[in-house]
Design a protein around this ligand. Sequence first.
Ligand SMILES: Cc1cc2nc3c(=O)[nH]c(=O)nc-3n(C[C@H](O)[C@H](O)[C@H](O)COP(=O)(O)OP(=O)(O)OC[C@H]3O[C@@H](n4cnc5c(N)ncnc54)[C@H](O)[C@@H]3O)c2cc1C
Length: 387
Amino acid sequence: MDLNFTAAEEAFRAEARAWLEANVPTEPLPSGDTRDGFAAHLEWERMLFAARWSVVSWPAAYGGRDASLWEWLIFEEEYYRAGGPQRVTQNGIFLLAPTVFEFGTQEQQDRILPRMAAAEDLWCQGWSEPDAGSDLAGIKSRAERDDAAGGWRVTGQKTWTTRGAFCTHLFGLFRTDPEAERHKGMSYLLIPLDADGVTVRGVGRLDGDEGFAEVFLEDVFVPDADVLGGVNEGWGVAMATTSSERGLTLRSPGRFTAACDRLVDLYQRAAGATERDREQVAQAWMDAEAYRLFTLRDVTEMAEGRSLGARSSLNKVWWSELDVHLHEAALDLLGSLGELEGDAPAAVDRGAWMKGYQFALSGPIYAGTNEIQRNVIAERVLGLPRK
Ligand SMILES: Cc1cc2nc3c(=O)[nH]c(=O)nc-3n(C[C@H](O)[C@H](O)[C@H](O)COP(=O)(O)OP(=O)(O)OC[C@H]3O[C@@H](n4cnc5c(N)ncnc54)[C@H](O)[C@@H]3O)c2cc1C
């Protein structure tokens, strides 16, 4: 592997860095998991789009820069290095979009992707249900055929829908053949949240932000044009989305290398740091660096046309546990100061470490719990027996 970037890639980095340094808001935006904060983030996302930094790896026709995977990685590093705001459009641009590129018809790509890139249509993920989380194939929400109207009638409930209360559209899995085996008979449907029969109810999180929603669907009409991939083939389509979610696109290494640089800075500012603190900070920094290097190998393989497949589960366990450990290291450094609210006069870094810790705790749960990832690694990466 050649660890050097080309002159063109370095030029791309310099251009991205210059734009980000000039444009990233100097004051952090309010949390994107609140209604006002979400609106402020959308303004930022639209500014990114106008400058063609919103979806760098997409074709220029859809608002991107035709950037290579390497350039995408470079952009991510620069984005987090500059302290770029959380991407509230992430479930669309990082999860649904790769799936639309892989499974969507030309008509679907042309219709869906430009509006997504421009942050006009805002997508949330409708997979989990009250009785189906880890066991996604246990979903009960169903879609019944309506031949006369040329589509499907959907009834059911989705839950834990991230930023569902603020989004405009939902992608989700629905049972279209109740007689079929569990992993068959599901279809991947695209649903506007303002359609007749949809009710969205926001749900508060541990930190008080309305970051979740429950989505109720009552006889909602979905035309055939909004089935992604084949009818009854939704499981395979969903697994492609899952690979993006666990693997590279949702949580690129730049997010963690930048957080660890901030952690090192915190360590240097902290009074009375102990030997244990020093070791924790060094370990977190090394783990982020290991993820960066591991990713270079992944990207090399992907650039050569191989997919990550079940190996994306390794990434997911690594980044989610790293995120918890790096925030624990920060809170240990801060002691009781870490508990102050962001607007308290003595708060350090506006209380960002506690807020980050609370969110990091959910990392081992979302995108498939780490227990499930370890099962996948055991069976599908290591080839161990199921029992
Ligand atoms: C921050 C956050 C954001 C989320 N966003 C979304 C979203 O946008 N859209 C969406 O659809 N969902 C979302 N989810 C839901 C998430 O996908 C589920 O919480 C997750 O899949 C686990 O499902 P569950 O909560 O039903 O727990 P369960 O599946 O009931 O699991 C409970 C416990 O049992 C363990 N367990 C279950 N089965 C096994 C097994 N076979 N082997 C070993 N252990 C097992 C689990 O690991 C877990 O510890 C989000 C969750 C969080 C925390």
